[in-house]
Write a protein that binds this ligand. Sequence first.
Ligand code: FE2
Length: 373
Amino acid sequence: MSSDLTNSENSFDFLPLYGTDYVEFYVGNAKQAAHFYKTAFGFQSLAYAGPETGIMDRVSYVIRQNKITFVLTTPLKTNNAIADHIYKHGDGVKVLALMVNDASDAWKQTTQRGAKTFMEPVVLNDANGELVMSGIHTYGDTVHLFIERNNYSGVFMPGYKKWESDYNPSETGLLYVDHCVGNVGWNQMNPWVKFYEDVMGFKNILSFDDKDISTEYSALMSKVMSNGNGYVKFPINEPAEGKKKSQVEEFLDFYNGEGVQHVAIATHDIVHTVTELQNRGIDFLKVPETYYDTVLDRVGKIEEDLEPLKKLGILIDRDEEGYLLQIFSKPLEDRPTLFFEIIQRKGAKSFGKGNFKALFEALEREQEIRGNL
Ligand code: FE2
């Protein structure tokens, strides 16, 4: 593992980003998906777009919890880009939208450095002001949109109306998007690392090779890319040769290409959050109970009682700056593709390297049950 958590102070950030604006999923049935994310994760109804608001080809439900905004979009007809995306990939993440102060400049800065245009800057207006957006392509069919909403006070963006629902399950303590991980193809990690460096000004802050992340069977490599202020972090995974099929390869097979593998969401109380999620039907990967026999020898003293962590299957890791608690859901759709991570950071800025082996053995048990190992 190599580490360079200090970005050089003197380098000019040509693409200032202020966090994840929203994550948009293309799904087969947005109405049901919105219900699932509200019920299971405690997201709140925020906005709606569809024929009733003048959008004729699709429906989008916007849900929010603290600083996390999800958009769930479904096509109303065939023969369009959204329908094709779902046909090819199943339900998955299409858009990782990023907050900027100047969406036109973000588009200019990135495209002149080699990004492929997804959307030239457009200005959207309604009675609540003006919102500017633009976009570029990244790995697979995934895109980054740049969202400038400093002069917009509406509920989400022009074209959307407020979504008032009588069904409002309580929140579960999810706070913000900590990082979003992309799975890319064989030998594609370094080209995408270079893309994030050259085109978006990110830095590679951590690297894991197949010696760090290999179990008896499968392996992967990973590099963590971060923007200048650390608000946006995109680890990039690539499969590595092992005795059997890498979990990244299984993803690539079922997603039919590169795409977002997991979205990690932060909480300040992981025991509360995960208790709620499990009670609401979310399944998590479980490590063997023996993990907890030696974990404190590895990570040292922690503030939490071990017993609730063990009961819920929450993993613990430590780096030079502190420790973290984390857990990974099983895939959230029938294809073994997208899953969520729930993470509570207690000083640690890393990603749980010490848990990879135990975790990947748990993953492989699931992969084997699916017949894909
Ligand atoms: Fe993660």
